[in-house]
Design a protein around this ligand. Sequence first.
Ligand SMILES: *Cc1c(COP(=O)(O)O)cnc(C)c1O
Length: 462
Amino acid sequence: MKYISTRGDAPHLTFEEAMLTGLALDGGLYVPESVPTLGQGEIAALAGAPYEEIAYRVMAPFVGDCFTEDELRGAIARAYEGFGHDARAPLVQLGPNHFLLELFHGPTLAFKDFAMQIIGQLFQIALKRRGERVTIVGATSGDTGSAAIEAFRGLDNVDVMILYPHGRVSEVQRRQMSTPVEANVHALALDGDFDDCQAAVKDMFADVAFRDEVGLAAVNSINWARVLAQVVYYFSSALSLGAPERAVSFTVPTGNFGDIFAGYIAKRMGLPIAKLVVATNRNDILHRTLETGRYQKEGVSPTISPSMDIQVSSNFERALFDAYGRDGAAVAQLMAELKSAGGFPVSQGAIEVLREVYASGRASEEETSATITAMRARTGEVLCPHSAVGVKVAEELLGAEPMITLATAHPAKFPDAVEAATGLRPPLPSRMSDLYDRPERITRVPNDLSEIERVIREMRRT
Ligand SMILES: *Cc1c(COP(=O)(O)O)cnc(C)c1O
């Protein structure tokens, strides 16, 4: 199994190389050269299997011979053993034909744990075998950073430095980054906003001498291994509702398009999915694109579902690549136009392909809040604001097939928005109820590249 770039002009890599590299040299994103399929009989045989078994069957064909069966099974087992629910991704029913897929039982209470936990394990195996060490540096507005710190804490061959904007993440998010005691993980509070954090990371990667000195690596949302790990719960949940005999639809609260693109891969693998619904908050570039055929940047406006506050959606490039018949040169052209003109028209042929697969909808702040209130009253389920965006959009598009809406975070991660909607402050799960009592360890850094690099050099283990 080889991986190719969406811009058509980078070396073809193995799964392991694509995972360790992240972004392709031509600026594109890695995708598998072809999508392996599972026969209807093979899918049916997974009904009732543990999540880990489904994960192995779904991921193995993409991994190829980069990891042995024992290595991959071991990595999967360690990745999910700390989850707070035996089903890993349990389904609950919201209405006659509407189900909620709870993806928030991992260690940082958001769906990003599903991918980050397994990436941590696979990085460790690959780096140990190569006799290499890396320093993972990332910028976060909250969820990605805590998931990365949680996934890599205590691993021998990796140091992790996460930059977050000082004073601008929720207290739960900050504590999840600042309370792990292992010496290889560090939360860096930068004096600036999220864009300053991202710019600092970008500048570090551009500083070739520093990059080589510390072995800089990234695990951001464009990493193919993250997308792959997320394909698994589309299978597990659809199987619970009668797939492959019965088709299902999914609604996905969407930001960078990684999670919903995993659903598209599940469909390509042979899982019968009727519709994949993109749910956005008022930062609605994806919904507008599917409606109008034009992909156009606008400023970001902050919402109560901050993990979906994006201006452009990085993984959408993967969807465009397929919609344009895997023409890398055409995609490179669109991305150049995005950079120079802030947007581009999607061709008639490509938009038709996209509309075949994806539907979309948008929820306003008021609708999101009202959905949290109404769902608690009608079902007892307390939604986080991201999941509420999904539920609101899904309810407008319910059809003949069962609808599964992805619940991307635990309500306790966004207690203010939930309390405003329900009058109730959602408690943390008991296994982490001492989060507010654990000592914090935070390194303050100025918005100054050479100073940040100095701190990282000093803190990394050699
Ligand atoms: C990251 C995130 C999203 C958006 O996921 P994408 O893969 O970027 O589309 C939605 N909800 C929550 C809680 C998140 O952390």
